[in-house]
Design a protein around this ligand. Sequence first.
Ligand code: TXA
Ligand code: MG
Length: 309
Amino acid sequence: MPTETVYGLAASIHRPDAIKNIFRIKGRPQDNPLIVHIADWSMLPPLVSSYPPLAKELARRYWPGPLTMILPKSPAVSDEITANRADVGIRCPKHPVARELIACAGAPLAAPSANLSGRPSPTCALHVLDDFDGKIPMILDGGASQVGLESTVVRVYDDHLQVFRPGGVTSEMLREVCADVVLDPGICQETAPQGAVPSPGMKYRHYAPKAEVILLVAKKEPFIRYIREHQGDGVYAMVFDGEKQYLSGNVIAYGADAKKQAHEIFAALRKLDDLGAKRVYIHAPSKQGLGLAVYNRLIRAAGFRVVTL
Ligand code: TXA
Ligand code: MG
């Protein structure tokens, strides 16, 4: 199904067989829980054992939209969906087709992003077809995803919020509702490969093209110089719009501001595969506002290989 963030691979929460299939066809690690999608707030209370007033306030402000709230689950949500966790992630998407689909199904829909595990998330129907042609019964084509990267994932407590994955609802926006917003350190750095992580998606290298990716934190001039020195067969540079003119050879561009970068990043990473890139140097975005979400996806695409010039 299309959503305003990325496309999702959806199954009714009442269909354990379909939930199993999601894990199987994505090649998704069994310990990585699925987000449950609802059409409006009234569908939330049966899914949770309790919720703080702050959750309702966040929903009032940012739902429908790119915000997933992690709350204590009720027995209505199976252990398969939450990967045996006591909490469930819940989101009310904004895309009209997603909302209509949930209404038609008459049930909440569990849905991870509709990509093979590890691949860049899909922001149009064709990306889904690339990964799952012949493996799923149907794709609802709702056009290009408006935001372009996945929802903000937030654990909601009585008096504070912990952000596990930055997204379209920025931490600045969260602070408008709750003064105490904690960014998990795993957002911008590698977490220990073993042991418990608060949100399993944090620990995997993903969003990755087949090429080796290196993220370059640099101002324009040193960045351009570095690319010129490192160009070669199968080597690509992913630059901001407006930087292409300084370079020749294998160069693709993504947006110059965070909103455009969010919108274009996954299509750009997929394009690198189509071009047969072997190594890619990417100009790191600013970590301000929505930029933090773009940065978070890119360090994972890079397997945490970051070079600061
Ligand atoms: O925008 C989105 O969130 C998209 C669209 C389809 O709604 N969905 C999406 O799902 O990105 P997925 O499965 O690709 O990413 C869900 C992330 C994972 O990193 C997962 O670990 C985390 O949310 N997550 C889900 N449930 C959780 C839970 N109960 N506790 C901690 N983290 C959870
Ligand atoms: Mg995903």
